[in-house]
Write a protein that binds this ligand. Sequence first.
Ligand code: GTP
Ligand code: MG
Length: 173
Amino acid sequence: YGDASQKIDYVFKVVLIGDSAVGKSQILARFARNEFSLDSKATIGVEFQTRTLVIQHKSVKAQIWDTAGQERYRAVTSAYYRGAVGALLVYDITKRQTFDHIPRWLEELRAHADKNIVIMLIGNKTDLEDQRAVPTEDAKEFAQKEGLFFLETSAMEATNVEDAFLTVLTEIF
Ligand code: GTP
Ligand code: MG
């Protein structure tokens, strides 16, 4: 893969979901612009960013949608999921509650998205290993049971962020 500028062969919509403050917007900032900010503001409504990559000799424009984890700031659910071919389901490895809510997010995703959507479970903030509250094995087991891809990431340290998106985008192909 690499970066392409001219002709686009495919546009793939990928959505980010998960509780507030798990790091969805910073995962997107890392992937789209290779940026990270510690004083990231809670997302209000919906935002999206794109990045064009070359995958298997085709230029793919990844259109990544990001919404608020907080209920009161969320946009219309059906519109958010419409046309999505991939989803990143994010929790924070230092906040058990954000992992415990994953089945709810998965339920919403399955209710609104295409049944063939490629889903990646992501445990973010691995740079905070000393505060870990969710064992890797628990998440791995859950992902296996539900048929999801699984990776742990750090948006801060840029660990596995590229891999997470590339795995999903390649699988969509
Ligand atoms: P909502 O928009 O409210 O749904 O939250 P969000 O999931 O988009 O979270 P956001 O990306 O705004 O990040 C929340 C906080 O976690 C910010 O202070 C980020 O800087 C921080 N953060 C995000 N990713 C990481 C990470 O990998 N490591 C650490 N240590 N902090 C992170
Ligand atoms: Mg956000």
